[in-house]
Design a binder for this molecule. Structure first.
Ligand SMILES: *Cc1c(COP(=O)(O)O)cnc(C)c1O
Length: 237
């Protein structure tokens, strides 16, 4: 067994423990939360090692990396979690079964067209901006993307009506300088309003390495973990 595989195994054990504890503290079952390993910048050998350790769901934030890695591990569920240009929709749909970052009508239309062309059903999460919970000067929270909570119902209607797409729920990133507890409580409200109109849209994708406990406390069904599993990233050029 190589050193890297040992390291990944140890990281995964720690992460599973964190998730388990957070579920217990929230009075939730461990089976209510899915771990999505965010493998961006890390090699396919790491993806294979995680799969061998039982990880079933992996995510990427760039189309180029997704299409480079996904064909090597077709048995995994691939999630796309990054900003997506409409012209890359076809490629993303080819490899990913879930897109967490749907944030505009034109992207819904492009994803729908791509899903029909690929004869697939793609689960779409609406990325919600929690910028309102960030500090004022982190209005750069806009960089983190997503639609304002007030725009969620209209986008949801469009996804629900789109051929080849399935409305799955919401996704968010806690803004820099925010209290993740408040931000994710806000997200939970957005999610419950959405669910009252679309009962099947029951996923809440929230929680990263730094804030998974707060996310699970507020109902996250999918936590997206990179660094906690794989270590520090070296930024791509
Ligand atoms: C990179 C990334 C993550 C993982 O973040 P970590 O802090 O490494 O756990 C989660 N979600 C999105 C959208 C990301 O781009």
């Amino acid at each position: 067994m190589s050193t890297r595989a040992d390291e990944l195994r140890a990281n995964l054990e720690q992460v599973q423990e964190r998730i388990e504890k957070a579920c217990q503290a929230a009075g939730r079952g461990r089976d209510e939360v899915t771990l999505v390993a965010i493998t961006k910048t890390f090699p396919i050998s790491d993806v294979r090692a995680l799969a061998a350790l039982g990880v079933t769901d992996v995510g990427e934030n760039r189309e180029q990396e997704l299409k480079a890695k996904a064909p090597d591990c077709p048995d995994l569920s691939w999630h796309f979690v990054g900003q997506l240009q409409s012209k890359k929709a076809r490629s993303v749909v080819r490899y990913a079964s879930v897109v967490h970052s749907v944030d505009r009508d034109s992207l819904v239309d492009a994803l729908s067209k791509a899903a029909v062309a690929e004869a697939k059903t793609v689960r779409c999460l609406i990325q919600v901006s929690l910028a309102a919970y960030g500090s004022a000067d982190a209005a750069s929270g806009a960089i983190r993307g997503g639609v304002e909570p007030s725009a969620v119902p209209a986008l949801a209607t469009r996804i629900a009506a789109a051929e080849g797409l399935e409305l799955g729920g919401v996704m968010a990133v806690a803004p820099l300088g925010s209290d993740p507890d408040e931000a994710f409580a806000g997200l939970r409200d957005v999610a419950s309003r959405l669910r009252s109109e679309h009962p099947g849209a029951d996923w809440i994708s929230a929680g990263m390495t730094g804030d998974l406990e707060a996310a699970i406390k507020h109902g996250a069904t999918h936590v997206r973990l990179g660094r906690a599993l794989l270590g520090t990233r070296t930024p791509l050029g």
